[in-house]
Ligand binder design. Structure first.
Ligand SMILES: Cc1cc2nc3c(=O)[nH]c(=O)nc-3n(C[C@H](O)[C@H](O)[C@H](O)COP(=O)(O)OP(=O)(O)OC[C@H]3O[C@@H](n4cnc5c(N)ncnc54)[C@H](O)[C@@H]3O)c2cc1C
Length: 435
């Protein structure tokens, strides 16, 4: 009798350069491909934010739809289940007599804990994890994870010196192993949107083709700090976050572009930024729970005073800072803002508003389509001065940033940064004072 395998899909919603699918394609087995939608994603967390905001939800459903269609063409199907993942998957494993669970290894502690719990509940089932989200496997890093450099630059230098090949895998042609039928099914509906970023691995491949067909990669370094403009940066982050495309595929596309077109500082800088992504991934794995802790990797607590009205003003874009308001309105409307915009908004929350950085990180988690546990919490810690910044935090001068990146106020006006509701930072009434 052939083996019965369950593939628990998470942030690996693609067929190409997905080593789990490549391996399954060569095996004699019956296969269930499952994605679990966790109701906790839509409920308030400790920071009163929902991990999955509306933009992210839409992108996810688009990505699942595209994958389901592609799986059907290969004689398979995608089962989307809704519920608490561990108990749901445990029930599937028992009902379907699953011999082996295959999955992509996760970098966030919460996700890792879920796999550990499932393993603990299913002691007779084999579990096989694969690292697919990074450029390198942990064993290919030129140091042990415990020796991960404390800062990005030494990490980058070591990795660049090791010069390990980055080779995406391809999926063999033909059908995938036959499906095991599950009773609980959720059909996925096609969702279209007007935004430039549409979820799914075909959409990611189309963007890869389009981005590297033009001259944009050869000017990336000069445009990457702009606040606005779709082509000023690569825009791969949303697809990378859901695994609709792999970091290896993007990296390889840069190398091909360098061979066939131009290799310059800009093309190098795209690879440089992908190494930042890589660094934050390994940092998250090493940091564990401290990625979310107020003090981060430092021993001192940042000075904050939590004022809910300040936080609400920041979220809604009604602070006294028009540029920050514009940034937050773009984020709320589209689910995406540039790196520079993220830095300015984060610095404002930490330095001007004096708020707890974790609330800002949780709000970004809810709003950003490209939310990634390692990049988001790692970058927030960096700016708050409790992370991997050798300078111990960043304070972006809003006036200077406005003069440099929005001198004519075009971006601020586009996103209505001069809100009517803009007030002074705190408006205390005499009735607010204790007598
Ligand atoms: C406070 C804050 C929060 C952030 N939260 C996230 C997040 O949740 N998810 C996320 O993917 N990025 C996050 N970033 C990093 C960065 O802003 C985005 O990756 C980038 O803006 C995405 O747009 P792009 O794909 O066009 O990037 P490009 O400029 O084209 O860069 C290419 C790729 O490199 C990687 N990259 C670039 N900059 C960084 C960086 N600073 N850290 C890690 N990876 C990077 C991304 O994968 C990106 O797709 C955050 C940055 C800050 C300052």
């Amino acid at each position: 009798m052939s083996k019965r395998i369950l593939y628990w899909l998470q942030n690996d919603l693609r067929l190409t350069d997905n080593p789990v699918f490549s391996d399954l394609a060569t095996r004699q087995c019956a296969l269930d491909v499952v994605f679990v939608i966790n109701p906790h994603w839509f409920k308030n967390n400790n920071y009163q934010q929902k991990p999955y905001g509306i933009h992210k939800q839409q992108f996810l459903m688009q990505s699942l739809y595209e994958l389901q269609q592609a799986l059907i063409e290969r004689g398979q199907t995608l089962h989307v289940l809704e519920g608490e993942p561990v108990s749901l998957l445990k029930a599937c494993i028992n009902e379907q007599n699953i011999d082996e669970v295959v999955y992509s290894e996760q970098f966030g502690v919460y996700e890792q804990r879920q796999i550990s719990l499932l393993k603990a509940h299913c002691l007779n089932t084999q579990f096989t994890g694969t690292q697919q989200d990074t450029l390198f496997k942990q064993n290919d890093l030129p140091f042990d994870l415990s020796e991960l450099p404390k800062h990005f630059t030494p990490f980058r230098k070591k990795v660049e010196a090791a010069n390990s090949p980055i080779t995406p895998t391809t999926l063999p042609n033909g059908l995938l192993p036959k499906p095991i039928t599950l009773s609980a099914k959720k059909p996925i509906e096609r969702i279209t949107n007007k935004g430039a970023m549409h979820g799914g691995f075909n959409s990611a491949q189309a963007h890869l083709k389009q981005y590297f067909a033009g001259a944009m990669p050869s000017t990336y370094k000069t445009t990457r700090n702009e606040l606005d403009g779709f082509n000023n940066t690569t825009k791969f982050s949303t697809w990378l976050a859901f695994g609709c495309i792999s970091a290896k595929q993007v990296y390889k596309a840069v190398e091909n572009y360098e061979q066939c077109n131009t290799a310059n500082e800009s093309t190098y800088w795209i690879k440089f930024e992908l190494l930042w992504r890589e660094y934050f991934k390994w940092h998250a794995l090493k940091a564990g729970n401290t990625l979310f802790s107020f003090k981060g990797q430092k021993q001192t607590k940042p000075l904050t005073t939590f004022t809910p009205t300040r936080f609400a003003a920041w979220c809604n874009g009604t602070t006294p800072y028009p540029l920050v308001n514009a940034i937050m309105k773009e984020l709320n409307t589209t689910g995406y803002i540039s790196n520079r915009a993220r830095q300015i908004a984060a610095s404002c929350l930490v330095n001007e508003l004096g708020l707890d950085w974790r609330y800002g990180a949780a709000y970004f988690e809810q709003q950003l389509i490209d939310y990634d546990v390692a990049a988001n919490w790692g970058n927030w810690q960096y700016i708050a001065g409790v992370g991997v910044d050798p300078r111990g935090g960043r304070h972006f001068n809003i006036q200077k940033q406005t003069a440099q990146f929005d001198p004519e106020g075009i971006y601020t006006n586009k996103w209505h940064g001069h809100s009517n509701k803009t007030q002074q930072l705190d408006h205390l009434n005499e009735v607010d004072w204790p007598i």
